[in-house]
Design a protein around this ligand. Structure first.
Ligand SMILES: *Cc1c(COP(=O)(O)O)cnc(C)c1O
Length: 446
């Protein structure tokens, strides 16, 4: 095992990470996308399968979550232009940032108000479907709205679901599982917000609180779930179902871009900025987009300066064999969805050749962007989500970012580019708490 000093000698950027400075990293292992030539463990059919499953559940979702009715039970979020914020980011960079700026509002996804309403809900639905099919209670040709009945709720109540979470995954899993009738236990890390715990308890979920971080909550949850054969543990650090649930976002986005008459091709690059915690959410979305747009999409992950776990895993190639704590980084951040000290075990290796790069951002910058976005666009996001919004400033403003543009012959195409920031959460945050965030951002901006 190399020492920290050895690693720093090999990758000087680690020095900056350890000092919790903001960094931009261009991925040296980024490769042209090979649709069939790659040996990824998934393919397009796996994503299609997930998409079809969500369609089967749509009549049920529309029935039990009326807010999804207008999209016929498909849980999807708006894609909106942010011209005033675009102007602000250009001012920050002291140069006009070319192209079109769009915000993907997963913050406003129905049911649980974060990107976890994709993967988290998908995995619960898949588990429910598997149980019902195996017991001969359901066929894939049925109208799944029959699941909204005492018969099914009684059936599912014999089973339990457990998950470890910093908050948002717990909300998605908890709300969906209790709706179906499952018993659900959410193992929550110390940084999880009280309002998230209270909301979950009000839905009938059991909440167990830990004094440790996210990794410990997951470990404990996994251990307890193992003792109960009727308990299904949703393992955020290893789950392929979560990943595929997130990946479905890509084909939905493709349709939204087409509706806005936005083209993505060799001369019209698409840049995506994704806040990253354990990696499943951003990894799944990026993977889905690569399948569709291949080398015309450029995906970047964003992490807090105090929790750069995916970046450390990718840079060192150690993935889940390394944690930020191993490098003396404390994993304390206000971006609770991103407060992850150790990355997923399987996302890193999948994303390694697909990811263009990664950057870190300080909590203070997140808060400043939070209040600015509220003022400029009247859009209210939770701190984690703002990590995406600084993306284009990083790309243009940092030496490695400019180099990326140059190396990939993108300079002349930047005027045709679309920059899409993935706003991963926010609409469930109680008003008073959002106001505190806002005030903090205003104060820091003075
Ligand atoms: C969970 C989460 C993320 C990141 O997703 P991972 O799968 O943990 O990488 C980003 N933003 C918010 C608000 C989240 O809740």
């Amino acid at each position: 095992m190399k020492t920290i000093q050895d690693w720093i000698k090999e990758y000087p950027l680690i020095n900056e990470l350890v000092a919790t400075k903001e960094v931009f990293w261009s991925n040296p292992k980024y490769d042209p996308f090979k649709k069939n030539g790659n040996d990824l463990q998934f393919n397009e059919n796996d994503v299609k399968d997930a998409e079809e499953r969500l369609k089967r559940f749509a009549p049920y979702i529309a029935k039990v979550f009326p807010e999804t009715k207008k999209r016929n039970g498909i849980i999807e979020s708006p894609l909106v232009p942010i011209p005033a914020m675009h102007q602000h980011l250009s001012n920050m960079c002291e140069q006009p940032l070319e192209g079109e700026f769009l915000l993907k509002l997963d913050s406003h996804l129905p049911i649980s108000g974060s990107i976890k309403a994709r993967g988290g809900i998908y995995e619960v639905l898949k588990h429910a479907e598997t149980l019902a099919l195996n017991h001969g209670l359901l066929t894939v040709n049925d109208d799944y709205s029959i699941l909204d009945s005492e018969k099914f709720r009684n059936f599912f109540s014999q089973y339990s679901i457990a998950v470890g979470s910093t908050g948002n995954l717990g909300l998605s899993i908890g709300i969906m599982s209790t709706k179906l009738g499952f018993k659900v236990t959410v193992h929550m890390s110390a940084d999880a917000k009280k309002w998230k715990k209270d909301l979950l308890k009000s839905k009938g979920a059991m909440v167990i609180e830990y004094t440790g971080d996210y990794g410990e909550a997951v470990k404990e949850g996994r251990k307890q779930a193992l003792c109960n054969p009727n308990c299904y543990f949703i393992d955020d650090e290893n789950s392929q179902d979560l990943f595929l649930g997130y990946a479905v976002a890509a084909s939905r986005l493709q349709k939204q871009l087409e509706d806005l008459n936005i083209i993505v091709n060799e001369n019209h690059p698409l840049f995506i900025y994704l806040p990253c915690g354990v990696g499943g959410g951003p990894g799944g979305v990026a993977y889905g987009l690569k399948l569709i747009y291949q080398d015309y999409v450029h995906c970047f992950f964003a992490e807090p300066t105090h929790s750069p776990s995916m970046l450390l895993g990718l840079m060192t190639g150690l993935h889940d064999k390394v944690s930020v704590q191993d490098f003396g980084i404390d994993n304390f951040t206000a971006a609770d969805g991103l407060a992850v000290g150790r990355p997923s075990g399987f996302v890193g290796p999948i994303i390694e050749p697909l990811l263009s790069g990664s950057y870190t951002v300080s909590d203070n910058v997140l808060f400043k962007l939070l209040s600015t976005l509220a003022d400029k666009e009247n859009i209210h996001l939770e701190p984690s989500a703002l990590a995406a919004v600084i993306g284009p400033v990083k790309l243009w403003g940092e030496k490695q970012g400019m180099e990326y543009i140059k190396i990939h012959n993108l300079k002349d195409k930047m005027k045709n580019a679309v920059h899409l920031m993935w706003a991963t959460g926010g609409s469930m945050v109680p008003k008073e708490i959002m106001h505190e965030y806002y005030k903090k951002g205003v104060m820091l901006s003075l």
